[in-house]
Design a protein around this ligand. Structure first.
Ligand SMILES: Cc1cc2nc3c(=O)[nH]c(=O)nc-3n(C[C@H](O)[C@H](O)[C@H](O)COP(=O)(O)OP(=O)(O)OC[C@H]3O[C@@H](n4cnc5c(N)ncnc54)[C@H](O)[C@@H]3O)c2cc1C
Length: 351
């Protein structure tokens, strides 16, 4: 296990921001992790767990402690029946590599989560979701290490308390556990998923898709289509696309009650312009539309940071600072609040 010092965090985040980390250790397995935790205890260092850095904003001043980065690559079938497959995936495994594996093996459950950057260990944290799927529907249990005493704890799906872009690891157990590996249950029989309107439209219009009969080929088609749509929105990391120097969506879609929704329609004339969808707990509002109608459009730019040209939910960095990014985010939040009295929440983890 190598202990590195003074590591530039902007090289480890997709938004390419953040100062220097005092210490930095890459961990491939539990033994590495335990040694890293001992090192932090000896030196009385605070720790921070890093995956692929695709949902994090570190401060310009850096991190005066130990960054523990999950690494490694393990995908292992644990059991299988005619109907389903249980697979163990280690934390450091690239998420999209695992999605590709699932597609190539003809199992459904995570195909719409294609093209999302980052590590597998991070997907439960905010219950990653896209194009009508959430990862919580496919997680059976996960193996975590308590960072205080290095003890292992197994969390069942229910114990993770998954909700929209939320789990217990974002709430009461924030920064308390290192997720070492996850057991997924994927289906050999459930249909491939393309219920999400944008995706459904493109799939249904495709003559090529109609000709496909094999399950694996259908899954591959869906995966490629999701990646194609995501690319158009700058939502796939691509060194040739400046709009992908981001954390993905910077804000979550707010959910309000139906009564509140009706009330706001009366109070704010422009509220009818905001796209909305039925959701658990009421009505989910499009944060992208809230931002646009509040006066911030795609391509807006200030102090080296801005809004992607392709998606108004993605804030991007073009030579700016974390400070400028957070100031812009706060400005957007304030504009939405002034216009509709709605608080939009920042999605990435701001350290
Ligand atoms: C272009 C782009 C598109 C995106 N699209 C989507 C999308 O469609 N849907 C979506 O939900 N998200 C999306 N995201 C956000 C992001 O990719 C996901 O949240 C991803 O799961 C983060 O993984 P990561 O390994 O990069 O985590 P990091 O950014 O490294 O960490 C995120 C948080 O998880 C914690 N963490 C990481 N690994 C572990 C671990 N092993 N144990 C405990 N805690 C851990 C960190 O401490 C931190 O709090 C997108 C991001 C980008 C840049």
């Amino acid at each position: 296990m190598k202990i590195e010092e003074n590591i530039n965090l902007s090289n480890y985040t997709t938004i390419q921001l953040g100062g220097t980390a005092k210490y930095f250790i890459k961990c491939e397995n539990t033994a590495d992790l335990i040694k890293a935790l001992e090192f932090a205890k000896e030196k009385n260092l605070k720790i921070f767990i890093l995956g692929g850095g695709s949902n994090i904003v570190f401060p310009d001043s850096g991190f005066d402690g130990l960054i523990i980065k999950s690494e490694g690559n393990e995908i292992k079938i644990i059991s299988e029946t005619d109907d389903s497959v249980e697979v163990y995936v280690s934390a450091g495994t690239d998420w999209d590599k695992f999605v590709e594996w699932s597609v190539d093996n003809g199992v459904t459950g995570i195909e719409c989560l294609s093209g999302i950057p980052g590590s597998t260990g991070a997907v439960p944290i905010q219950n990653v979701g896209a194009y009508g799927q959430e990862v919580s529907s496919s997680i059976k249990r996960l193996y975590a290490i308590d960072v205080e005493n290095s003890e292992e704890k197994i969390f069942s799906n229910q114990e993770c308390k998954f909700e929209y872009r939320y789990s217990i690891f974002k709430g009461e157990l924030k920064n308390k556990y290192f997720i070492a590996g996850i057991e997924f249950e994927l289906s050999r029989v459930k249909d491939v998923n393309f219920k999400y309107p944008d995706l459904r439209k493109e799939i249904e219009q495709s003559e090529d898709f109609k000709k496909i009969s094999s399950r694996i080929e259908k899954l591959r088609f869906i995966r490629n289509k999701v990646i194609e749509i995501r690319k158009r929105k700058g939502m796939v990391i691509d060194e040739n696309d400046p709009d992908s120097v981001s954390c993905g969506s910077f804000f979550t879609n707010p959910v309000i009650s139906y009564e509140d929704y009706k009330e706001r329609l009366k109070r704010f004339p422009d509220f009818r312009l905001i796209s909305s969808f039925p959701a658990k707990g009421g009505i989910k509002l499009s944060a992208a539309k809230l931002i646009e109608v509040s006066g911030f459009s795609k391509g807006y730019f200030e102090n080296g940071v801005g809004i992607s040209q392709k998606h108004s939910l993605a804030l991007i960095n073009k030579g700016g600072t974390s400070k400028a990014l957070i100031e812009l985010a706060e400005k957007i939040k304030a504009a939405v609040y002034n216009k509709f009295e709605i608080n939009i929440e920042i999605e990435p983890v701001v350290v």
